[in-house]
Design a protein. Structure first.
Length: 182
């Protein structure tokens, strides 16, 4: 596919200001500023062009709905990428896990408790589990930590996670303390 259909699709996309405004509204509703919205719009047009060329876009449904879904995908990727760019593996261990940042009471105690448990696992396990909790893929964790393969990373993650759970299960006082925060 490509050629005329590709040119027609991109021409239609660029000339439809109403569609562009709807997508900018989507970006704005997600809290994104003008510069990021412009970048995502450009990415959307480029991505759509590739999808048309590869024959993955069929003129079966509404273009607006298709592009809105593509826009949602790009927004999610943007936030995921932004979170990764701010990750500091040497920071307090649980600062990369956003869910814990929202805890209003006992936050420091919980962080300290979980940090102690993660430290008992060793530095590599700690980093693997924190990256995994931050929604990194096995390939990304492998790349960050220099592990041989995604499969080896997955096995290490599983082993580290089992060890963490086992440590918590074998210590009733730690388990009881952690249960207070759930």
């Amino acid at each position: 596919m490509g050629g005329a259909l590709h040119d027609k699709a991109l021409s239609s996309l660029y000339s439809d200001q109403d569609l562009k405004q709807k997508l900018f509204g989507l970006f704005k509703s997600k809290g994104l500023g003008k510069n990021v919205s412009e970048t995502l719009w450009t990415d959307l047009v480029i991505q759509f062009g590739y999808l048309v060329k590869e024959g993955k876009y069929k003129e079966e449904g509404k273009l607006a709905a298709y592009l809105k879904n593509l826009g949602h995908y790009l927004v999610l990727n943007h936030f995921r990428s932004e979170r990764k760019n701010t990750l500091d593996l040497n920071a307090e261990p649980l600062e990369i896990i956003q869910e814990f940042e929202a805890l209003p009471i006992f936050k420091k105690e919980l962080k300290s408790l979980l940090s102690d448990q993660l430290n008992k696992l060793g530095e590599t396990c700690k980093k693997i589990l924190l990256l995994w909790a931050a929604k990194y893929s096995m390939q990304e964790i492998q790349s960050q930590l220099g592990i041989v393969s995604p499969e080896a990373t997955r096995k290490r993650k599983h082993s580290c996670y089992k060890k963490l759970l086992s440590n918590i299960e074998s210590n009733p006082s730690i388990k009881k303390e952690l249960m207070q925060y759930l």
